[in-house]
Design a protein around this ligand. Structure first.
Ligand SMILES: *Cc1c(COP(=O)(O)O)cnc(C)c1O
Length: 450
């Protein structure tokens, strides 16, 4: 099998293989890596997935992307180990389903990308016999998924920065109770400040020896694994042929991007519904062809989706033949008609989000949380506006128990905590507290690690 090469969306960096794209995260020209060619999954292979477990489906697709760089037995081991939890798909009503991507160790769909990515990183590091440091800024879910995914792995340190007052108690404890190779840093600031410090660290020559890498969804190593659940949902819901539509609650647009890969490599997806909260820069772009970031971003109920300038938009633009730089400036327009054909975009208000949580419980006895509710309402709006009745799957990206206040207020039901979240209370927390400022952050890293 030919090796798949990855190019940078800024077109000023050399093409690299998956290993290099994974271990560097961002390309040297600050662009995002995109595969130059994609594998193909045949109808026959898709039909064969009907009787496979999640881990088996994952293994089949992983081999298509990676078999030229990782041997097949190792890939099977990695997928079995990464996906050792349930992936339930529930019929809600008529042709409408939800896929619960919330059964992993941090009860967030980010476990799907992060766990596989972590094992791939470890595989390559062992081969190269070197160490790396993953640094990531988080407003909640990314930090805990990444910390858990890399927890206890050799040759890898994890440093997570979080804004003291912007993460919930549960989200904080998910990261800070780990210890070992996971360092968490609390700073009294906004998420954007943490993000800016992480970015600065990447280009700091004094930190070069730390081999810094990013585990945000700018890393293509998270996107490839996120294609797997689209195939799995299809094989479970449609299986023998026919189309499917997916509704995706979008923030940084990694999830949608992975869906677009899945379609391109052969999955018969009729349309993606990209549902955002009131941070509606993407729907506006698709409607008008003009992109304007939302600054500052709006604080909506679905807090993991409060993103004013999603980094994966540059990737999406490149995927459709255009070019956008990291600041959001468009240098070449993508094929807007094709984008509109593939993606139905919709912005869902907080009021509609609350109604969706309330109504799905009252009418269908199904509990959803704010992110999944944006997606669910998006699917309903798609049905209303297009009349299309193709089998639909709405992605539920977090566990309702992570949002007890909203869920209890709207449904009267207290969602049961999954085991992984129950055990957090009473555990010791390991937290470093730093004052805001890049110099303090750099001093901390050099004293601790160099
Ligand atoms: C991160 C996140 C999202 C947004 O996913 P993107 O891939 O960034 O679009 C949606 N829901 C939840 C619960 C998340 O944590």
């Amino acid at each position: 099998m030919d090796e798949i090469l990855y190019y940078s969306t800024n077109l000023q960096a050399p093409e690299v293989n998956f290993e290099d794209a994974l271990l560097s995260g961002l390309a040297p020209d600050k662009g995002l890596y995109l595969p130059k060619s994609l594998p193909y999954i045949s109808d026959y292979e898709i039909k064969s997935m009907k009787d496979m477990s999640y881990a088996q489906v994952a293994g089949l697709i992983a081999k298509k992307f990676l078999a030229s760089e990782i041997d097949e037995d190792a890939l099977d081991e990695i997928t079995q180990d990464a996906y050792n939890f349930e992936v339930p798909i529930e019929k809600v009503t008529g042709n409408d389903h939800i896929m619960r991507l919330d059964q992993g160790p941090t009860a967030s769909f980010k476990d799907f990308g992060a766990r596989m990515m972590a094992r791939l990183v470890q595989y390559f590091l062992k081969k190269q016999n070197r160490e790396i440091t993953i640094i990531t800024a988080t407003s909640g879910d990314t930090g805990s998924a990444v910390a858990h995914a890399f927890y206890g792995l050799e040759n890898i340190r994890v440093v997570v920065l979080f804004p003291t007052h912007e993460v919930s108690n549960m989200q904080r404890k998910q990261m800070t109770t780990l210890g070992k190779n996971v360092t968490t840093i609390s700073i009294d600031c906004k998420f954007d400040d943490c993000q800016a410090m992480v970015k600065q660290a990447f280009s700091d020559p004094l930190l070069k020896e730390l081999n810094l890498t990013s585990a945000n969804s700018i890393n293509v190593g998270r996107l490839v694994p996120q294609t797997f659940y689209y195939f799995y949902a299809y094989s479970q819901m449609v299986g023998d042929g026919g189309d499917i539509v997916f509704s995706i609650p979008s923030g940084n647009f990694g999830n949608l991007m992975a869906g677009l890969f899945a379609k391109k490599i052969g999955l018969p997806v009729k349309r993606f519904i990209s549902a955002v909260n009131e941070n509606d820069e993407f729907p506006k772009f698709v409607e008008t062809g003009t992109y304007q970031k939302m600054a500052p971003s709006k604080n909506c109920l679905s807090n993991a989706m409060n993103v004013g300038h999603p980094s994966n938009i540059a990737r999406l633009v490149a995927f459709y033949g255009g070019r956008m730089d990291e600041k959001g400036e468009i240098h070449k327009m993508p094929d807007m008609n094709k984008i509109r054909e593939d993606i139905f975009t919709v912005s869902v208000t907080d009021e509609q989000t609350r109604d969706a949580i309330k109504n799905t419980y009252e009418n269908h006895n199904t509990i959803i949380e704010p992110h999944g509710a944006v997606s669910w309402r998006g699917l309903e709006i798609y049905r209303e506006e297009t009349g299309d009745q193709t089998t639909g799957v709405s992605l539920e990206t977090a566990h309702p128990a992570k949002f007890p206040d909203d869920v209890v207020a709207l449904t009267g039901v207290t969602p049961q905590l999954p085991e992984s979240l129950k055990s957090l209370d009473g555990k010791e927390e390991y937290i470093e507290t730093l004052a805001l400022g890049y110099d303090q952050f750099r001093d901390f890293l050099t004293k601790k690690f160099l």
